[in-house]
Design a protein around this ligand. Structure first.
Ligand code: FAD
Length: 324
């Protein structure tokens, strides 16, 4: 049989970078995949970017009304997934936190100064995931307040990885690793027939070093952290992970949260929720919901304590020995 050829498809997407490694013995299929991957990523960018004023999400955000707003099936799908994670994390993950994200300078408008307490207090009533109603039958979204503003940056990369995976599965490509800005989805094995070896980064290091390498096959892994996307104001570090309850960036010792789940959409959203919950509540949620979670917590020695949920430890032992 023809030798399987493996290729790497990569490039810019959603203000960040993607890499897809895939292997198959039919070069024509590989070419089709090569073309379809950027098409899928560009279509999701056009639907869900808050950086594009004419994206579907931006047009919903500009829709200052409580009347239902017609959206695509993909938007219904991602809003439902976001709601599922908001419900499961008691609102720690909340896409309506958008006005606070922008006020702290982590959105499309560049900001110099942090918001005042008065500005935060004025914006907070606009935050609350229950103020969005999803009508699947009519394919519409509805706001309970005209000024609700949603930000999908904490879930849309994972969603995009799932859409790329669905396309590759449809083509019958059985070995691939999708990486969209640190959200991973895998199937099958790498070129040496082993599970894909995915590195979880050590936080706070200028060069990228691995804290832990995780063998993955047929699952997703997402990591959220406070060490890449943050702002320093008067020597204080403000993370882009915002607590919807306070409207302020998180202030705790959790430097990064990783989670292994089946779909990348859920992994991406849960990773952000875990960062908002912090080390204690995050681990409690993981144990309660049997989530495979790995936390890096800053300790007094300037190093990190590694905390694994029961499910994560179980999965790592199991995954290292099997590739199906
Ligand atoms: P994650 O940890 O996965 O998510 C954190 C992000 O989620 C925060 O940045 C914030 O936006 C949001 N968030 C914060 N707190 C919460 C919370 N409690 N609940 C829910 N969400 C929360 N960036 C650019 O600079 N230029 C672009 O053109 C651009 N285009 C984009 C297009 C799309 C479709 C998307 C989804 C994002 C785009 N981005 C762009 C943003 C960038 O790609 C990343 O999304 C951003 O840096 C955060 O991704 P992350 O994986 O690092 O963070």
């Amino acid at each position: 049989p023809a030798k399987a050829s493996s290729v790497i498809v990569e490039g810019p997407t959603m203000g960040t970078h993607f890499t897809v490694k895939l292997r198959h013995d039919d070069v024509k299929l590989i070419d089709t995949a090569n073309k379809r991957i950027p098409e899928i990523l560009n279509s999701i960018d056009a639907m869900m970017s808050t950086y594009k004023p004419d994206s579907e999400l931006s047009r919903f955000n500009q829709h200052q009304s409580t009347a239902p707003f017609k959206v695509s099936p993909e938007m219904i799908e991602i809003f439902q997934a976001a709601r599922e994670v908001s419900d499961a994390t008691n609102g720690a993950f909340d896409i309506t936190v958008g006005p606070m994200v922008n006020a702290w300078g982590f959105g499309p408008e560049k900001k110099t100064a942090p918001p005042t307490d008065a500005e935060i207090a004025a914006l907070l009533p606009r935050v609350g995931y229950k103020m969005i109603a999803v009508d699947t039958a009519a394919s519409t979204l509805r706001k309970e307040r005209p000024d609700v503003y949603c930000d999908l940056s904490g879930i849309a990369q994972g969603f995009a990885a799932d859409k790329v995976a669905a396309m590759l599965d449809g083509l019958g490509i059985a070995n691939y690793m999708i990486d969209i800005s640190g959200e991973f989805r895998t199937r099958g094995t790498n070129d040496s027939g082993q599970p894909w070896q995915i590195a979880i980064e050590r936080p706070d290091t200028p060069e990228r070093t691995a804290q832990l390498v995780v063998p993955l096959s047929n699952v997703s892994l997402a990591t959220s952290g406070d060490y890449r996307n943050y702002r320093e104001i008067d020597g204080k570090r403000f993370s882009h992970e915002i607590d919807p309850a306070t409207g302020r960036p998180i202030q705790h010792k959790l430097a990064s949260a990783s989670i292994v789940t089946e779909t990348c959409t859920l992994a991406d959203a849960y990773a952000t929720a875990l960062m908002v919950l912090g080390p204690e509540k995050g681990l409690a949620l993981a144990e309660q919901n049997h989530l495979a979670v790995y936390l890096l917590v800053r300790n007094a020695q300037g190093d990190f304590d590694e905390v694994q949920s029961t499910k994560f430890t179980e999965r790592m032992t199991w995954q290292a020995t099997s590739t199906h």
